[in-house]
Design a protein around this ligand. Structure first.
Ligand code: FMN
Length: 223
């Protein structure tokens, strides 16, 4: 697949077939993702690739913790500052409306919302989950590096027909996630990623999100 086709084909996938993704294929994706650039080539990304029994344990423990202590949704590092104003809030609401519409979850149905958000912690039933971590003491530039790494990984997956969904949701309940995966105290959980074969019959996977036109965000100088 051409790179441009993979860029256009990639969409967030939130329902997966049960078909396994072999370890060798995940390794192939990581071989490509590691070619992502990083400032001064420090390559700050660390990845936990999770399947089978560990995945089941992580899911069970995070979901159980979430039921008993929903307030532990505090992110490990500030990630929401500034995003609750326009134009961002409108874009976020547009996404929510479209996605919850496809899932047939009525507006204001808190219980259904809570359940659906909980699907994040099941990696939307994807056979493989990934958790990205980063050393505490690195600065914000390193978060750019890890973002580039994740996008390269998602495009490598899309080029092979695999589906992905980046999941900031994993930045919540990081205490349990760190315990189950043995993440050292000097690392942050940045986010997660679901990886698997898209369930083409699922309505939620038909979601095509909007983008601003180039004129909306680019200023050209000197042309
Ligand atoms: C850093 C990051 C965190 C995200 N976190 C979540 C998440 O926790 N749960 C989820 O369902 N989607 C999550 N998404 C997916 C976004 O909602 C999605 O990328 C956006 O709506 C654009 O849609 P598209 O990926 O289909 O193009 C995340 C995406 C990114 C890049």
């Amino acid at each position: 697949m051409l790179l441009t086709d993979a860029v256009r084909a990639r969409r967030s996938i939130r329902a997966f077939k049960s078909d396994p993704v072999p370890e060798s294929l995940v390794r192939e994706l990581l071989e490509e993702a590691r070619l992502a650039p990083s400032g001064t080539n420090i390559q700050p990304w660390k990845v936990h690739v999770i399947a089978g029994e560990v995945r089941a344990r992580l899911e069970a423990e995070v979901l159980a913790h979430r039921e008993t202590d929903p307030a532990d949704a505090a992110a490990e590092f500030p990630r929401r500052s500034g995003a609750r104003r326009d134009p961002y809030v409108t874009r976020m609401r547009t996404l929510g409306k479209a996605m919850y519409g496809l899932l047939e979850i009525p507006r204001g149905d808190q219980a259904a919302n809570w359940r659906q958000w909980g699907r994040n912690y099941q990696f939307f039933d994807a056979p493989v989950g990934l958790i990205f971590t980063i050393d505490h003491d690195l600065d914000s530039m390193s978060f750019l590096d890890i973002g580039m790494f994740i996008q390269t990984l998602m495009l490598a997956a899309a080029a092979r027909g695999l589906g992905t969904c980046a999941q900031g949701a994993w930045n919540n309940y990081w205490t349990v996630t760190k315990q189950v995966l043995g993440v050292p105290d000097d690392q942050h959980v940045v986010c997660g990623l679901s990886l698997g074969w898209p369930d083409e019959t699922a309505a939620v996977n038909t979601l095509v999100t909007e983008r601003e036109p180039v004129e909306g965000f680019a200023v050209f100088h000197g042309f």
